[in-house]
Design a protein around this ligand. Sequence first.
Ligand SMILES: NC(=O)c1ccc[n+]([C@@H]2O[C@H](COP(=O)([O-])OP(=O)(O)OC[C@H]3O[C@@H](n4cnc5c(N)ncnc54)[C@H](O)[C@@H]3O)[C@@H](O)[C@H]2O)c1
Ligand SMILES: [Zn+2]
Length: 376
Amino acid sequence: MLIGKEQRGFKMRELRVQTKSRPYSVFVGIDLLTQLPSLLLRHEVQTKQKLFLVTDSHVYPLYANDILGSLQAAGYDVHIAVIPAGEKSKSLETLDQLYSDAINAGLDRSSVVLALGGGVVGDVAGFFAASFMRGIPFVQIPTTLLAHDSSIGGKVGINHKLGKNYMGAFHQPLFVLFDVKLLASLPERELVSGFAEVVKHAFIWDKQFVAWLEENNKALMQRDLPILEEAIYQGCKVKISVVSDDERENGIRAILNYGHTIGHALESVSEYQFYTHGEAISIGMVGAAMLSVDVLDAPSNLIQDTETLLRKFSLPIRIENNWSDEALLQVMKRDKKAKQGNYTFVLSEEVGKTQVVNGIPEVKIREVLQKLKRGG
Ligand SMILES: NC(=O)c1ccc[n+]([C@@H]2O[C@H](COP(=O)([O-])OP(=O)(O)OC[C@H]3O[C@@H](n4cnc5c(N)ncnc54)[C@H](O)[C@@H]3O)[C@@H](O)[C@H]2O)c1
Ligand SMILES: [Zn+2]
């Protein structure tokens, strides 16, 4: 299933996402940005349709000019909106600014949004596209490793001051264009954070992918582009398999939250200042593995295998600060996936076999938190 570097003779690989609302393609490859104008035309976006390129203040100086040049050369009329880099931009204020920019630029129902950036840009530009004039098409052009996850599946949204992702929509992109070359400029910590979601996709779905990540860990950390491309391709494949079955998160899609219950709690108690998303869910996956051994009788090596792989990617596996169990449990209780006040976790029977488990007793979670804090 997984292919080696020497066997590949292609430049762009295409995956199809089947959703009830509309199927679409995910293109993965190296140096793909140059293909953007022709892919737009292939998706029937005509040059008379205005393009609204949304990006952030870090990505803009790196890539916007090249994209702008190639789109303009192809005859497109492009308007650019640059939002401040960082999670704070997933806000009503940013959205309001985007509406103003769009109206001033004369965007209409036929206009198309291009979201160039990480998960933050994808989420906020996607929500803008979902709501502007009751919904206009958008294209996801992810620039972070983590965004191989966030750009697929159609979940878009912004944060409220009382919590993350409270306002949002399901709005599937016209297509996703992942140019792996863009990861060359990604800060190390963001790259590492993205590996947590790659590892998650492997653990919830595919034993062979876990083994492949072990083998290719060094090349991945050194940003060997063809190997990175393979990891992204496989990660996208898992995400697509899950969301194609369950577009609106009624059932199987919830397994994508593996590691996220404790992860979200850590992000929340540290006010999104201490851990990146990937770092938090890395610790969360170790917690989920511990709970899986306890509650589902998963093989005990699941914990060690999880820790070993995450450590190889320089991801944290223990809670460094002494946040109180009470504060962490409080957030877990509020988790949107929690039903009737019970603790709900995504747990693993073994690698590749994941399920949602409701009604987990608090005492078991306290034990796990203690182990994660003690380093035991
Ligand atoms: N919609 C979904 O299904 C989904 C899934 C997972 C996560 N998310 C969301 O994604 C967000 C996190 O995404 P993220 O980790 O990509 O964060 P991000 O978008 O904030 O990007 C991380 C940092 O890297 C910078 N950056 C991005 N691309 C770069 C590049 N190529 N070179 C140099 N710098 C670059 C950004 O400016 C930012 O400073 C969170 O808000 C999370 O809620 C959404
Ligand atoms: Zn995540």
